[in-house]
Design a protein around this ligand. Structure first.
Ligand SMILES: [Zn+2]
Length: 163
């Protein structure tokens, strides 16, 4: 009988740095989707709230959690998905929004959005901070983003959609 020496807080810290598969500069903690870790009997239960129900990245995140914890000799891990309360872009940390901007993705401009897949009226160019931007496509490189073009620096960029 192997008893793990890790507290649930330590397990949380071990997996908090897992990068988002779509936006590798931000972690699952930055995104706000890592809800918590609890120890139930001898199993660590990791609770994740997916950003989008159809996000294919979730399976990859689950695999990475199990991989990291098994490398720390923590074999009993269960990843539970919870959709209540639903994830919103409000859960992004300020640090995550800054990282998105530095990565060239405009962070959500609204603090909160009522409608799914709302495209913001004013999106600020992450390169030159211009507000003279226009929507090119409601779907950017992934379904979670929209494609914009800046009229000032003439660059196109992804916008992380509010929802
Ligand atoms: Zn620009």
């Amino acid at each position: 009988m192997v008893t793990s020496n890790y507290s649930s807080e330590e397990v949380y810290d071990l997996i908090a740095g897992i990068p988002d598969p779509e936006i590798p500069v931000i972690t699952i903690k930055d995104l706000g989707i890592l809800r918590g870790v609890t120890l139930v009997d001898d199993t660590y239960v990791v609770t994740i709230t997916p950003t989008y129900t159809a996000c294919p990245a979730m399976g990859m995140i689950e695999d990475q959690i199990k991989e990291i914890l098994s490398a720390h000799h923590i074999p009993k891990v269960k990843v539970e998905l919870t959709y209540e309360p639903a994830w919103t872009t409000d859960w992004l940390t300020q640090e995550a929004k800054l990282k998105l901007k530095n990565y060239g993705i405009a962070p959500p401009s609204h603090s909160s959005c009522s409608k799914l897949f709302t495209v913001a009226d004013k999106v600020i160019c992450p390169r030159c901070n211009s507000t003279h931007t226009e929507l090119i496509s409601r779907f950017g490189s992934t379904a979670c983003k929209a494609l914009y073009k800046c009229d000032d620096c003439k660059e196109t960029f992804d916008y992380f959609k509010c929802h």
